[in-house]
Design a protein around this ligand. Structure first.
Ligand code: ADP
Ligand code: MG
Length: 211
């Protein structure tokens, strides 16, 4: 798959070159006069930011582990990295009734978690996040249900009302949730947001097709 190759090249090649550049920058630190230090700091910050961006893009193109190990392990791995970067305590609870899902289903669910966690760290001020993945019986077949909850300040404009993203008045100023909604609709799922001050829940319901 093309996305996967690009993701791997970005991560393994561009990513490694950037890391090598930070090593060179820290090596010349001692040899530079004091006047050059602020610029060097800026250079290092720039490089760190580029490394983060390359990582994010490569993850977005194709999360490592997803094909090989499945959604559960890929999420665990992603959340470990997120814990290092964010200091938000993330709890992950995957019901044993959720087994391997179709590849496109796993990919979309992975991206929803990624988007929701990024939103929590960017917008919510929540110290915690809770992710649950379970299987639900419905009359017209089973569905997989993913919820991501935080204890933050709540989503402006959604106060107290359950809103289906996709309705005309849904809060989709950003592109993150809107594009998640679109991708879910393409494969028959839906995305709901329920938010009050102190608790925001993003919920995805997706009919299960066996892989
Ligand atoms: N967990 C959250 N807590 C509070 N506000 C949120 C949360 N998630 C999203 N939001 C709000 O909803 C908006 C839309 O989110 P999103 O579509 O991901 O766009 P973006 O993250 O690019 O701003 C955000 O700008 C933010 O104001
Ligand atoms: Mg976002």
């Amino acid at each position: 798959q093309e996305r996967r190759r690009i993701a791997r090249d970005l991560h393994d090649s561009t990513g490694q070159h950037l890391i090598a550049a930070t090593l060179i920058a820290s090596r010349i630190e001692k040899t530079l006069p004091a006047a050059a230090q602020p610029a060097l700091r800026q250079l290092e910050d720039m490089l760190q930011q580029s490394i983060r961006e390359v990582r994010t893009v490569s993850y977005l193109l194709h999360p490592p582990l997803l094909d090989e190990a499945g959604l559960g392990l890929a999420l665990r791995h992603y959340i470990e990295g997120f814990l290092d970067r964010s200091s938000i305590a993330v709890e992950l609870d995957i019901s044993p009734s959720v087994e391997r899902l179709a590849p496109d289903t796993e990919l979309v669910l992975f991206h929803v978690v990624q988007e929701a966690l990024t939103n929590i760290s960017r917008h919510s001020k929540s110290p915690t996040a809770q992710i649950r993945l379970m299987r639900e019986r419905a009359t017209n077949g089973d569905a997989v249900v993913l919820t991501i909850e935080d204890a933050g300040k709540g989503m402006p404009g959604v106060r107290g009302v359950r809103q289906l993203i996709g309705q005309k008045n849904a809060p989709t100023r950003g592109v993150g949730l809107a594009s998640m909604r679109e991708r879910l609709q393409q494969i028959g799922g839906r995305l709901e947001i329920d938010s009050v001050v102190g608790r925001t829940t993003v919920r995805v319901v997706l009919p299960i097709r066996e892989p």
